[in-house]
Write a protein that binds this ligand. Structure first.
Ligand SMILES: NC(=O)c1ccc[n+]([C@@H]2O[C@H](COP(=O)([O-])OP(=O)(O)OC[C@H]3O[C@@H](n4cnc5c(N)ncnc54)[C@H](OP(=O)(O)O)[C@@H]3O)[C@@H](O)[C@H]2O)c1
Length: 222
């Protein structure tokens, strides 16, 4: 299958792209607002995984092209740009595409990181609201740190909490996640429960910032 990462040139896109390409048989399409930037990022990720190898399983494309090819479209852009990004590609999505939100809205002040809820409740629900009803949205990856994913020597041994209103889509995302070495999954129910998942992330970052022995934390429930 094709895994499209909108804004995949950034931190979490790199981590997710590397792990999927290394551990699964899926192809990865790095999306960007600029195709050349996506192609450069894809070349860099290929080089990280297999220097000098001719591996075409990670390619770069515009966000629109990536969205049009993805069986999964993972929205890897900062929350304030998420809705514009999704709206710009929504007519490009395939009929059976599952859209995945790793997004968390946070603020930062002198005391640390703080969760910012929205009127809708969560970024995952905001994404769902701007997509046609038939496009399933699944929340996942919010509690994984890019630094943990990009450190390919690190044994993750972490859970990913999955939310969504469509069971079949959640099962597809669960299968994708469980293909990544060291990741387990937990089902937190409906997409409306994404706010609780997203709100854990600032806690994980504050713990990392205040404890020298805790870096790039994730969650583990089992
Ligand atoms: N970083 C983490 O550890 C982490 C962990 C869990 C969840 N997340 C979530 O993942 C999402 C991405 O985080 P990140 O840290 O990877 O972000 P990032 O590195 O700051 O940015 C990701 C990409 O967003 C695109 N972008 C930047 N400005 C944009 C704009 N004005 N309009 C559209 N796209 C724009 C850029 O891609 P192009 O310039 O190539 O278009 C950039 O490479 C966020 O919602 C965050 O909450 C992050």
């Amino acid at each position: 299958m094709q895994i499209a990462l909108l804004g995949g040139s950034g931190d979490i896109g790199e981590g997710i792209g590397l792990r999927i390409a290394r551990d699964t048989s899926h192809d990865v399409v790095i999306g960007s607002r600029r195709r050349e930037k996506a192609e450069d990022a894809a070349a860099s990720y290929r080089n990280t995984l297999a220097p000098n190898a001719d591996d075409s399983r990670i390619v770069g494309a515009s966000n629109e092209t990536a969205a049009s090819e993805g069986d999964f479209v993972i929205v890897c852009v900062p929350p304030r740009y998420v809705l514009d990004t999704v709206q710009a590609v929504r007519s490009d999505l395939k009929d059976d595409t599952v859209v995945v939100s790793p997004c968390v809205r946070m603020s930062r002040n002198e005391t640390g990181f703080h969760y910012q809820s929205s009127e809708v409740g969560s970024v995952a629900e905001e994404i769902s609201d701007v997509l046609p009803d038939q496009v399933p949205v699944v929340g996942a990856f919010q509690n994984l740190a890019a630094g943990a994913l990009t450190d390919l020597d690190r044994d993750l041994d972490l859970d990913v909490v999955v939310t969504g209103d469509d069971d079949e889509s959640k099962q597809k995302v669960t299968a994708l996640l469980e293909g990544i070495e060291g990741l387990g999954t937990c089902d937190a129910g409906a997409l409306a429960n994404s706010r609780e998942v997203e709100s854990l992330t600032p806690l994980l970052i504050n713990l990392s910032m205040n404890n020298s022995d805790l870096h790039d934390l994730g969650v583990k429930f089992r």
